[in-house]
Ligand binder design. Structure first.
Ligand code: GLA
Length: 390
């Protein structure tokens, strides 16, 4: 059954709007968005889809089709994190409720909403399933309201929902990619100036995602600790480099000179960030030249750094990268997203893609006994809401 029919069956009338918002894969620039670096994500062809209509009161009624669960909460009491009965909202409902909170905090007036939604962005796999939910709901509220804001501002309000309502100190990359994705393109996004432009993948290459099957929860993970370590590094380095705002302001040469004054663990975390920011600069040159081999080299280097310095990899992810490295057609592979589980992203020669996919599946199965999901991924357009004429 499609989403519109499910909506009609549940609410007894057709939906007014249908929305889709993609997950994202990040090609390079990991854990740099909260350090004001440049990132290179792409929106993917895995989506949150949503069918909705406005309600005449201030009540939001949500059905998460995949979970078979339903929740209702009041817009006027959303800051309580509770449903209509006063019980705490279930984890999945914090994202739409957080968006409602954040939009209202920004002074945007919201209508009550009836909605059903579903997602094929795997949860906890590093492909931004939560950002896709946030952007889907923000886009839907916009379509049902009289106000209109630009995509970047909408992404920022979704990030605020995640930071302040859900409690994960994430950067802006995921919500940005879900809102602003461009079909067939990687997005070159400067998280400091907020300028961005679409870039083409090297000619004849495709993106392959490999899912380790290991799931993580960002909120309970060490994500917030990593961010805090970066902030601490900036504080300490400021003594030697006055005026720095973030690790973006520290060059690799400056870091080499002053990292000895940092506690060892903080130094490792900051070294990853400083060098990853530098790698992205170089990788953009590679993309502009269409040099897949050079770009791929940076992907491998990024993975090694995430493993040894940032310590967010797992043996399963290292295994996927190692196996990929020995297969025909591979240019580069690395873990994508926050880490602690999830997926690797692979840049692969177009004509070798099917052999590569089979080889990676076989290799991972032999190594771990687990069946990984490995698939071609198309860079996709960002979120979109379509009003349905009734
Ligand atoms: C998560 C966060 C992003 C980013 C990545 C790591 O996906 O939501 O903001 O920090 O981790 O690059």
């Amino acid at each position: 059954m499609n989403l519109a029919s499910s909506f009609e069956q549940i609410f007894g009338h057709p939906p007014r709007v249908e929305t889709r918002a993609p997950g994202r894969v990040n090609l390079l620039g990991e854990h740099v968005d909260y350090n004001q670096g440049i990132v290179l994500p792409a929106a993917i062809d895995r989506l949150v889809t949503l069918a909705a209509a406005s309600a005449s009161n201030d009540i939001v009624t949500l059905h998460a089709i995949d979970l078979g669960e339903r929740v209702t909460f009041k817009l006027s009491e959303v800051e309580k994190h509770c449903d209509m009965e006063g019980d705490p909202l279930p984890g999945w409902a914090l994202y739409p409720a957080g968006v409602a909170w954040s939009l209202q905090q920004a002074g945007l007036s919201l209508c009550g909403m009836q909605a059903v939604y579903s997602s094929d962005v795997p949860i906890g796999a590093g492909l931004s399933s939560s950002a896709a939910v946030e952007v889907a709901f923000a886009t839907t509220w916009q379509a049902l309201s009289a106000w209109k804001i630009d995509k970047l501002s909408l992404a920022k309000l979704c990030q605020r929902a995640e930071n302040e309502y859900v409690g994960v100190s994430s950067g802006l990359m995921d919500q940005f990619a879900s809102a602003c994705g461009v079909e067939g393109h990687v997005l070159c996004f400067d998280t400091r100036s907020l300028e961005w432009m679409p870039l083409e993948l090297p000619h004849g290459t495709v993106i392959v995602i490999a899912d380790s099957g290991i799931r993580r929860s960002l909120a309970t993970s060490a994500y917030n600790d990593r961010r805090a370590a970066c902030e601490q590094a900036v504080e300490l380095l400021r003594k030697y480099l006055p005026g720095i705002q973030s690790l973006r302001d520290v060059s690799t040469v400056e870091f080499a000179a002053y990292s000895m004054y940092l506690p060892p663990e903080i130094a490792k975390r900051a070294e990853h960030v400083v060098k990853e920011i530098h790698r992205v600069d170089q990788a953009i040159i590679a993309l502009n030249r269409g040099d897949a081999r050079m770009f791929g080299g940076f992907m491998y280097a990024s993975h090694k750094s995430l493993c040894d310095l940032y310590e967010v990899s797992l043996p399963e992810l290292d295994g996927l990268v190692e196996i990929a490295r020995g297969l025909p057609g591979i240019y580069g592979a690395r873990l994508t997203g926050a880490g602690f589980g999830g997926c690797t992203v692979n840049l692969v020669e177009d004509k070798d893609a099917s052999t590569f996919i089979c080889g990676l599946q076989d290799g991972y199965r032999m190594r771990t006994g687990m069946e990984p999901e490995v698939y071609l991924c198309k860079a996709s357009a960002g979120a979109e809401a379509k009003l349905i004429n009734i």
